[in-house]
Design a protein around this ligand. Structure first.
Ligand SMILES: Nc1ncnc2c1ncn2[C@@H]1O[C@H](COP(=O)(O)OP(=O)(O)O)[C@@H](O)[C@H]1O
Ligand SMILES: [Mg+2]
Length: 303
C-alpha cells in the first residue's frame, strides 16, 4: 500500500474530503495526516507523496519537506521551487513563457536589520528616481510585497505622494510597484498537476466567500482556451502542481496578476460546492497517479 500524507494549517474541509476521497478509491493508496515532531537525518520517510498546505507558515515543516524531497517523496508543491519563489521573478518567468504581465519595478527596501547602515549600502543609488518609476509603471499603481499573500500590505496608489507614503510604510518588505491593470473581467484559475485548469469568474471586490462566480458565458471559447494554455505555461514554468492563477482581462488580453499561490485557499466556503468537488477530485487523481508512479529509489537531487 502506497502512503500519501497531507500537512495542513487551520483548514479542515479540504483535507478531510481529500483523505476520504483518496481512501474511498480503493486504488492501493492510503491517505492520512502527516504526524511529525523532531526528524532524524537517517529516518526514512514513509510517504510516496506529501501534499503541503502550510509549510509557508511553519519553518520546521520546510526543512522536513526538503529532506523528504531528497529522499524521493513527491512533495506537492516542490519545496525547493516554492522557497525560491517571489512575485518579481515569477513575473519574469511569465514573460519568458509568453504570458503578459503588468509593467513592474522591484524597489530597494525602506528599512533594514539593525546591523545595516548607509556604509553597508554602497551599491544603492540615492535618492530613488520616483519620477522615472511612475513614468514606467503609470498611475494608478499597485504596491505589494514580492513575497507575500493574503492581500497583506497591498496598496493602490493614485499619485506620487501616495506612492512614496506607501513605500515609507513598507519597513523591511521588498516591494513591487506595478502598473494597475484596468480590467473588464477577472478570473481565477485552479491549476492541478500542471495538466488540469478550471478557470472561474472571480470578483476581487466582493467578500471572500462571494468571490467565485458561476457565469458560463464569461469568456468566449477562444479566450477560455487561451487562458487555460497560459495558466499551464505559468505552472510549468514555476514548477507548481497545485496553484491558483489570476488573470485580469483587458481588451481581450489576459494579463497574469497573482500566480504564485502554492497553498491556495481550497475551503468549501470560498470555492462553493461544485468547484470544491472539482478540486478534491483533481487532487485525488494527481496524488494517486504520483503515488503509483513513485520511484522506489531516492532521487537525491534538488531539481
Ligand atoms: N497589477 C494589478 N492590477 C490590478 N489589480 C491588481 C494588481 N495587482 C494586484 N491586484 C489586485 O489586488 C489583489 C491582491 O494582489 P495579489 O497580487 O493577489 O496579492 P496577494 O498575493 O497578497 O493575494 C489581486 O487579487 C487583484 O485584485
Ligand atoms: Mg492574491
Amino acid at each position: 500500500m502506497k502512503k500519501v500524507g497531507i500537512m495542513v494549517g487551520r483548514e479542515r474541509t479540504f483535507p478531510r474530503a481529500f483523505i476520504e476521497r483518496v481512501n474511498g478509491r480503493g486504488a492501493g493508496v492510503e491517505a492520512e495526516w502527516v504526524k511529525l515532531g523532531g526528524t532524524a537525518l537517517d529516518l526514512p520517510n514513509p510517504y510516496a507523496v506529501i501534499v503541503d498546505r502550510i509549510s509557508h507558515e511553519v519553518p520546521y515543516y520546510q526543512l522536513y519537506l526538503k529532506h523528504a524531497h531528497l529522499q524521493g517523496v513527491t512533495v506537492i508543491n516542490n519545496p525547493y521551487a516554492r522557497l525560491v519563489e517571489d512575485k518579481f521573478t515569477a513575473n519574469y518567468i511569465a514573460q519568458q513563457q509568453g504570458v503578459a504581465v503588468p509593467r513592474s519595478v522591484i524597489l530597494p527596501n525602506k528599512e533594514y536589520i539593525a546591523d545595516i547602515n548607509s556604509e553597508s549600502l554602497s551599491n544603492l543609488l540615492h535618492p530613488l528616481d520616483w519620477q522615472a518609476i511612475t513614468d514606467y509603471v503609470g498611475l494608478p499603481a499597485v504596491m505589494k510585497p514580492a513575497v507575500g499573500g493574503g492581500w497583506k500590505s497591498v496598496s493602490i496608489v493614485h499619485s506620487l505622494p501616495e506612492m512614496i507614503a506607501a513605500y515609507d510604510r513598507s519597513g523591511q518588505l521588498s516591494l513591487i510597484v506595478q502598473e494597475f491593470i484596468q480590467w473588464d473581467r477577472y478570473l481565477r484559475c485552479i491549476c492541478i498537476g500542471r495538466q488540469k485548469v478550471l478557470p472561474i469568474a472571480w470578483d476581487p471586490n466582493r467578500p471572500f466567500h462571494e468571490r467565485y462566480r458561476t457565469d458560463p458565458g464569461y469568456l468566449s471559447a477562444e479566450l477560455g482556451a487561451r487562458v487555460v494554455d497560459e495558466a499551464l505555461r505559468l505552472c510549468r514554468g514555476l514548477g507548481h502542481d497545485m496553484n491558483t492563477v489570476e488573470f485580469a482581462i483587458r481588451d481581450e488580453v489576459p494579463i497574469a496578476i497573482d500566480f504564485t499561490n502554492s497553498a491556495p485557499d481550497f475551503d468549501v466556503a470560498s470555492l462553493g460546492e461544485w468547484h470544491f468537488n472539482w478540486v478534491v477530485e483533481a487532487m485525488t487523481d494527481l496524488v494517486i497517479e504520483k503515488a503509483l508512479a513513485h520511484p522506489p529509489v531516492p532521487t537525491l537531487t534538488w531539481s
